[in-house]
Design a protein around this ligand. Sequence first.
Ligand code: PLP
Length: 461
Amino acid sequence: MPGLSARSLAGVWHPCTQMGLLDDAPLLALARGEGPWLFDIDGRRYLDAISSWWVNLFGHANARISAAVADQLGRLEHVLLAGCTHEPVVELSERLSALTGGTLGHCFYASDGASAVEIALKMSVHWWRNHGMAERNEFVCVAGGYHGETTGALAVTDVPLFREAYAPMLRSAHRVMSPDARQAGSGETASGVAARAATQIAQLLETRGDRIAALILEPLVQCAGGMAMHDASYLAEVRRLCTLHGVHLIADEIAVGFGRTGSFFACEQAGIWPDFLCLSKGLSGGYLPLSVVLSRDEIYQGFLDTRIERGFLHSHSFTGNPLACRAALASLDIFEEDRVIEANHARAAVIADALTPLRADPRIAHLRQRGMIAAFDVTIDDPALRAGFSRRMHMAAREHSVLLRPIGTTVYLMPPYVLEPDELRWLVRQTMTALDQTLATTRSAAPEASAMVQPGPHQMP
Ligand SMILES: *Cc1c(COP(=O)(O)O)cnc(C)c1O
C-alpha cells in the first residue's frame, strides 16, 4: 500500500494548490490533534500557529466542544431549517444577536464564509429592489480585500491571480484604495492614511451613491491580502459615509471576528455596527463548517410581505446544522467561562514583547500586531528569490515543529487562544530560527517555482 501522501496525491484534489509542483513540498499527513498541536502519522508534532486557516480558537480535540457535539449527535444530527427549527440554532441566534447589543437581530446561516458573503450581497440588492430601487445594485470593495472564491464573493475580492481565469464570470465592482497603514508617506500617520482612503469613498459615493447597494470591507485587518492593518478611524468614517448616502455597509468579520483583533468583534474598536455582519471560521471554534449573516431589523423588515418573491430567496441543504450550532454554542461558553478576551490581552502582550527584537532587524519591515494577529514583512530584493520564500519558510518552520504559511513575504502568527506564555515565547523563537535558516538558504538558492499559490490564505505546498 502506498503512503498516505501518495494516496492523497492520487485521489484528492487539494485546494488552491498547483498539484504539478508538489514534489519538493510533501504533504503533511496528520493523524490527530491535541490542543494547539497537530501530530503527523509518524508521531512528529507541529504547533498550529495559524489555527488551521484561522478557524481554530480553542485547540484541536477540545474536550468541551467535543462533548457538546457528541451530545448533539445523540439527539439530532441534522434537519432542514425551512419550516423546522431546533434549540441549537435558536439559542445561537439569540446569543450572537446579544453580542451585538441587539443591533443585528436576525441570523441567516450557511456553511462557509464565501456563502455568507454571497448572502449579504444578495440581501442588499434584493432589499433595494423591494424598496423600488432596483437600480441600486452596484458594490464597492477595497483594494487588497478578500471575501471568498465563489463567483459573487470573488467579484468583490481583489486578488488578481484568483480572479484572472474566471474574469468572464465576474461582475465588476467599484474598487477603492486600501487603508493599509503601510502606505503612510513620510510624516503621515495611520489615521492619515485612513482619512485619505475614506476621502476616495466620499468622492465615489458623491457621484455614484444612488447606484450603489453596498460597500464591503474587512474591519481592522485585511488578512488574506497580507495582514494589512488599518486605523479604526477608517471604519467610523466609512460608517458615516454609508449612512449619509444610504449605502449598506457589509462587515466581513469572517477572519477577524471572535476575539482575533482584541475585541469580540473588530467593529467594536471603532464603535460602529454594520448593516450586515458576516461570520464564519472561528464561529464553530473551527470544528464544523458554519457561517452566518447577521442583519439589522430594518433589513429584515424589508423582506416581510405576503408575496413569496419579496422574501429572501436563498438556501443551502445544511443551513443551521445542529451539530455545527452546538459547537458554536460550546465555543461561546468557553469565551464566557474562561474570560477569553481578557486572557488574550495578556497573550497578545507576550507576543508583542517576544517580537520586540525584530524592530531593530534590518531584514524585517512593518512589524505589526492587532490582538492575536502578529505579522512582519521580510525584505528580499531579488524577485525570483521572493517567489520561493513562502514555501521555504513553511518547510523550515515544519523542521522546527511549527505550522506556518507565510503570505508572499509576509510572515504571520495567528495562534489558537490556548497557548501559555512559555509556549508563545517558544513559538516566536522557533519562527525566528526558521526565518534565519530560510534567509540563509534563500540567498544561495536558485530561483524556483512554488506550488504555493500567492497571495491568499489558501496557498499550500
Ligand atoms: C476565509 C475568508 C472568507 C471565505 O471563507 P471560506 O469559508 O473560505 O469560504 C471570506 N472573507 C474573509 C475575510 C476570509 O478571511
